[in-house]
Design a binder for this molecule. Structure first.
Ligand SMILES: [Zn+2]
Length: 347
């Protein structure tokens, strides 16, 4: 689900930027022009057990390979951007203790990738990079400020104000998945070990857990038949059953949407952005699917119930449009910001 169109070298506007989106499973590397339009991308396995040294070398090599594949010279690329899962120290370019990259603790990843490709590298949290991608060329391209929530295994967040990504003083800014939506002692447990966080209610993990918890009491759902056939209970399975008319699956999806709306209302009162954009795998096919449209309408309904009138009327709540291309495009965009800042400093 991505609206991204690739362009050719002759259509492109220099200078060029390369974005690297480091994930727990795959690394995406793409080259974009000065307007954020991609020319080429590739994906390589992260291969976490091989360690960060090896990955930094492969990322550096992949940066050079996408440049060569486009027919450009290394000198045509002004900057590289690297988006990575945390925890991290953004100004220092360091990975600290990333739970999705075990064994990569306290590694100076930004500078190592830079050494291996011979280009300057800017560093960002992966969710903030994806938010910048949507802000630069995606659903938020008409916005001055934006909040992105990525709904997947967890709930990632990114807040962009002007051209500024809110990283915070300790590289923990924009952790929107961990805002508190239930303070009671029996609130649900989040992946981070605390209770009551948005991620514990609106992530794929949370929805699947909720389905398992309620399934015994609901004999009337077609989900049982799928599980008896040996299918794994996932949000995709729930979306399929909801599409086929299963009430239980639809209830679970709309319940997560309701909680998401509660979180979005808090973020709107905190940031007052032009828009809140929802991305990630758990958007149920977006505008193209009836379940996606119902999901979004339920989020909007909850937001309308809980926000000040001016916010309710003016703030746009919609799906993201770059799909899994948001990460590397946004990382390239953050590289572009670093490049432009350097030009300003030089005067
Ligand atoms: Zn949490």
């Amino acid at each position: 689900m991505s609206d991204v169109a690739f362009i050719t070298k002759s259509q492109a506007e220099p200078p060029f930027f390369v974005g690297v989106d480091l994930g727990g499973t795959n690394i995406k590397v793409g080259l974009v022009d000065d307007r954020g339009r991609p020319l080429v991308k590739r994906s390589l396995p992260t291969d976490v057990p091989r360690g960060p040294q090896d990955a930094a070398e492969r990322m550096g090599k992949a940066v050079l390979e996408v440049i060569a594949e486009t027919g450009l010279a290394v000198g045509d690329v002004a900057h590289v951007g690297l988006g990575s899962p945390g925890t991290m120290d953004v100004p220092a370019g360091m990975l600290l203790e990333p739970p999705n990259l075990r064994g990569w603790e306290n590694f100076p990843i930004r500078d190592r990738v830079s050494q291996h490709c011979g280009l300057p590298v800017a560093f960002a949290n992966d969710a903030n990079a994806a938010a910048y991608g949507e802000f630069w060329v995606g659903s938020g391209r008409a916005f001055h400020s934006m909040v992105l929530l990525t709904l997947g295994t967890g709930v990632g967040g990114g807040i962009i104000i002007g051209d500024h990504s809110v990283d915070g003083e300790h590289s923990h800014g924009s952790e929107c998945g961990h805002i508190i939506i239930d303070h009671h002692d029996d609130a649900r447990m989040c992946n981070c070990g605390h209770t009551g966080h948005l991620e514990a209610y609106a992530s794929a993990t949370a929805v699947v857990k909720r389905a398992h918890d309620l399934l015994d009491a609901r004999r009337d759902t077609s989900v049982h038949r799928r599980l008896e056939r040996g299918d794994e209970l996932t949000t995709l399975l729930l979306a399929e059953e909801a599409t086929a008319g299963d009430a239980f699956a639809m209830e679970l999806i709309l319940e997560a949407a309701m909680y998401l709306g509660v979180g979005v209302a808090s973020l709107m009162h905190t940031v007052d952005p032009d828009g809140v954009v929802l991305g990630g795998a758990m958007t149920y096919g977006g505008h193209d699917s009836p379940v996606g449209r119902k999901f979004l309408e339920r989020v909007r309904e909850e937001v309308r119930r809980r926000t000040f009138p001016v916010l309710r009327e003016r703030t746009i709540v919609d799906f993201a449009s770059l799909g899994s291309d948001a990460g590397y495009i946004g990382a390239a965009g953050i590289g572009r910001l670093a490049y432009r800042k350097r030009l300003e400093v030089r005067g």
